[in-house]
Design a protein around this ligand. Structure first.
Ligand code: NDP
Length: 342
């Protein structure tokens, strides 16, 4: 039995359960990991250590060298696709359309399975696949090195999963077997039944809301506090440099958003609960909603595609502008003293 705990409309799967029947047959297949970067290396090592047969598809360069050093057979992408029955596509989202067209799609065979680690390209239709393949998504909610680190500690990690196309009727069994091989179902891990649409929405909405806002809110805080006489060092350590922010995030993960509030002093809790809501205006909610719609209707994706096609001019200018703030130079100075930074 697959254990499904109700989470609204979601289903949380914490063990391979009935799909265990598929495990041995999936282990007999050849899996190619296309791209040996952040996710690619970790997922390849986990699958191999779990007894799956793994080869790497990568062009010849430093990533390929690392894969050879790790003891994998490394082929060009086209040859890896020809040789494997299951292909994990672990190259950056923005180049997948082109790589699929050139090196993956023409070499797919009937019954092959494509595994995406994000919903982006399949949801927006940038990658189009033939009728005769299975399409699944196993999207880690964890950065690449973390996927390997937790596996080595015998722990699991969360993923969003979905079957995009079930050509041969086995896609779900293959998907959960691969989750087992990646180490998802170890202690603390789970697979959330999701969709390519949902994964794209929640992933991008994070980037377009609090993650983006945090950078600019920190800068605004810096301006106000330093104008009132605080030193740059004190501000930078307070905001993120001390590691307290990371500890708060860790505690949200471990005990939950609401219970972690109780780990702060009463003065802090009172301040957060009275002042926090002042920033959450109707304007902010309207903006969040509009941006969510721009994700779902493809407006953002089209903008980003166009930006890449026209040479990343805006992207590079915004990077430079973000760094023009005095906080950047102060951070560099402080981090040099502390022996941190690049
Ligand atoms: P990386 O940026 O680490 O990918 C690097 C790999 O892509 C290298 O093997 C590189 O090889 C290859 N690559 C880069 N450019 C090209 C090209 N033009 N042609 C062929 N290969 C190329 O990717 P991530 O691991 O960050 O992301 C992979 C997938 O995982 C994405 O779908 C992403 O959304 C998803 N994901 C990523 C997470 C993360 O934490 N990073 C978290 C969850 C999901 P080379 O340079 O040799 O070509």
């Amino acid at each position: 039995m697959v254990s499904n705990e109700s989470l609204g409309e979601q289903k949380v799967v914490t063990e391979i359960g009935e799909f265990n029947n598929y495990l041995q047959q999936v282990k007999k297949k050849i899996i190619s990991i296309i791209g040996y970067g952040n996710q690619g290396r970790s997922q390849a090592l986990n699958l191999r250590d779990s007894g799956f047969t793994v080869i790497i598809g990568n062009q010849k360069d430093k990533y390929a060298d690392q894969a050879v050093k790790d003891g994998f057979q490394v082929l060009g992408i086209k040859d890896a696709i020809k040789k494997s029955q299951i292909a994990f596509v672990l190259i950056p989202d923005e180049i997948q359309k082109e790589v699929f067209e050139r090196e993956i799609t023409p070499y797919l065979k009937e019954g092959d399975t494509i595994v995406f680690a994000s919903g982006y390209n399949y949801f927006y239709g940038y990658v189009k696949l033939p009728e005769f393949v299975n399409v699944i998504m196993i999207a880690p909610r964890m950065i690449g090195w973390g996927v390997r680190d937790v596996y080595e500690k015998n722990m699991g990690f969360p993923v969003l999963v979905s079957v995009g196309k079930d050509y041969d009727g086995n896609a779900e069994g293959v998907m959960f077997s691969l989750c087992e091989g990646l180490g998802v179902f170890r202690k603390g891990g789970c697979a959330i039944r999701s969709s390519f649409r949902e994964e794209t929405l929640v992933d991008l909405l994070t980037e377009h809301s609090w993650a983006g806002a945090m950078l600019y809110l920190f800068r605004a805080y810096y301006d106000v506090a330093t104008n009132l006489g605080a030193s740059p060092e004190a501000v930078i350590l307070e905001l993120y440099g001390s590691g307290e922010l990371a500890e708060i995030a860790e505690s949200m993960k471990d005990i939950g958003l609401f219970d972690q509030l109780g780990t702060h002093s009463h003065t802090s809790q009172y301040g957060q609960l009275t002042r926090g809501p002042m920033y959450i205006t109707q304007d902010l909610k309207d903006t969040l909603y509009k941006e969510a719609i721009k994700i779902l209707d493809g407006t953002f994706a089209r903008e980003w595609t166009e930006e890449q096609a026209t040479g990343l001019v805006v992207f590079n200018r915004l990077h430079a502008l973000a760094r023009e703030h005095p906080m950047e130079a102060e951070e560099k100075k402080l981090y040099k003293i502390l022996g941190r930074g690049k």
